[in-house]
Write a protein that binds this ligand. Structure first.
Ligand SMILES: [Zn+2]
Ligand SMILES: [Zn+2]
Length: 115
């Protein structure tokens, strides 16, 4: 930008705001911008993915993880049929019927009292 020396009216070029000595008379000329203040440095750098990698096309950022496996059923007591030695799960019942031989099997599980 062109400034004019305040002492000798000589025009000389300066890169911007600041204090510059006149090349002719040596007087220091304070150069200001139109606004009277030095503008802050605005470096419009292109937006970058800092600390990351570009997302692959089609990929959904922050995709939800696969759902957890379904909760397992409550572990039921296991009994062995005294007739056929077939082992099977029983519920909260004192006697169960063997699904293999239909024999009545005592599970040893106490039924819930109802009063
Ligand atoms: Zn001058
Ligand atoms: Zn059985």
């Amino acid at each position: 930008m062109k400034v004019r020396c305040g002492s000798c009216r000589t025009e000389f070029d300066v890169p911007g705001a600041g204090r510059f000595a006149c090349p002719v008379c040596g007087s220091v000329n304070v150069v200001r911008t139109a606004a009277g203040q030095q503008p802050p440095p605005q470096q419009q750098a292109p937006q970058q993915n800092l600390g990351g990698y570009p997302a692959a096309p089609g990929a959904v950022p922050g995709a939800a993880p696969p759902p957890p496996p379904p909760a397992q059923e409550q572990t039921l007591p296991k009994v062995e049929c005294p007739e056929c030695e077939f082992t099977f799960h029983v519920g909260k019942i004192a006697k169960a019927t063997c699904p293999n031989c239909s024999a009545e099997v005592s599970t040893g599980v106490e039924e819930e009292d109802e009063g």
